[in-house]
Write a protein that binds this ligand. Structure first.
Ligand code: SKM
Length: 315
């Protein structure tokens, strides 16, 4: 290695600054200052998340003095963390598993979507007040349009009625999807929760929504045949169980059907491959993640995320 003498240090710094300046000329550099505003993500785990890269790149592209950090709350008290973020002046934050439902009790207000879904992935902080919102469904609906489809006024079949499904169905119903058939395993608590969710959707939208037993494959076949889009919102097919498929056979998939498997690990699940082979138009949940982030960004910042740049860099 090369010995660096004390007198060389200023030269090294100047060289680094020169490089920085050259880079600065090419693209904007993000600098943390005394005025930098905090946004971020709470959940557990969070280390795998690409949200920090996504949002920080967007801030950098737009020259905004904001930063987005991920906080793993394992072993922490959720209420303390939420109040802490508010008290230190954060602009807002995303909430991921396993806190999307639990966080509701710390909100001062909920948006209509968060009220129907009874879940929140985006907290907006304004004048010390916390508003809980959900952008996961917006992300889904944007990814449908992004894939070149229009499902407004049409029917959708959804597999599963967990957190992802309720966010998707809420936004679909609010946006004007006319009918939604949801298939949920008949586990007592989960099924009752699904029925209560359907009641909330009916109360707040004009969508025709029905919950069916996942085991009722004849109804599933009928629902899919009447639908413009089939969405898998279960985790069946997700790695490491990527040999599994949420539907019993490919004969349920007719050419022309749109199929979205919100799983993106693997990029092409068994259902995805089956649908592709059947001549369906297929896409996964990767861009749902991009567009939910873009919607959260807009809630906090009031500007559009440069999604094309972010998509190119990280997706
Ligand atoms: O709802 C999103 C959340 O906003 C961010 C996220 C992530 O960074 O992994 C995942 C989803 O839960």
């Amino acid at each position: 290695y090369k010995t660096v003498h004390i007198y060389q240090i200023p030269i090294i710094i100047i060289e680094k600054l020169e490089k920085y300046e050259i880079q600065k000329g090419r693209e904007k550099i993000m600098e943390i200052t005394g005025k930098t505003t905090l946004t971020g993500l709470i959940g557990s785990p969070v280390a795998h998340s690409i949200s920090p890269q996504m949002h920080n790149e967007a801030f950098r592209q737009l020259g905004l003095d904001y930063v987005y950090l991920a906080f793993d709350l394992a072993g922490s008290d959720l209420g303390t963390a939420v109040r802490g973020l508010r008290d230190i002046g954060a602009k807002g934050f995303n909430v991921t598993m396993p806190y999307k439902v639990h966080v509701l009790e710390y909100m001062d207000e909920l948006t209509p979507a968060a009220k129907i879904a009874q879940a929140c992935n985006t907290v907006i902080i304004k004048d010390g007040k916390l508003t809980g919102h959900t952008t996961d469904g917006i992300g889904f609906m944007s990814s449908v349009s992004d894939a070149g489809h229009d499902i407004i006024g049409k029917k959708m079949t959804v597999l599963g009625c967990g957190g992802a499904a309720t966010a998707i169905c809420t936004q679909a119903a609010l946006d004007g999807v006319s009918d939604i058939d949801i298939f949920q395993l008949k586990l007592p608590e989960e099924f009752d929760r699904a029925l209560a969710f359907a009641d909330r959707v009916r109360e707040h939208t004009s969508c025709n929504i029905h919950i069916y037993d996942f085991a009722d494959t004849e109804q599933m076949r009928k629902s899919i045949s009447e639908s413009a889009i089939l969405t898998n919102a279960t985790n069946v097919g997700m790695a490491p169980h990527d040999d599994q498929c949420p539907i019993p056979d490919a004969s349920m998939l007719l050419p022309g059907l749109i199929v979205c498997d919100i799983i993106y690990n693997p990029r092409k699940t068994k259902l995805y491959q089956m649908a592709e082979a059947a001549g369906c138009s297929v896409f996964n949940g990767l861009y749902m993640l991009l567009f939910q982030g873009a919607a959260s960004f807009e809630c906090w910042i009031g500007q559009k995320m440069p999604v094309d740049i972010i998509r190119q860099k990280f997706f």
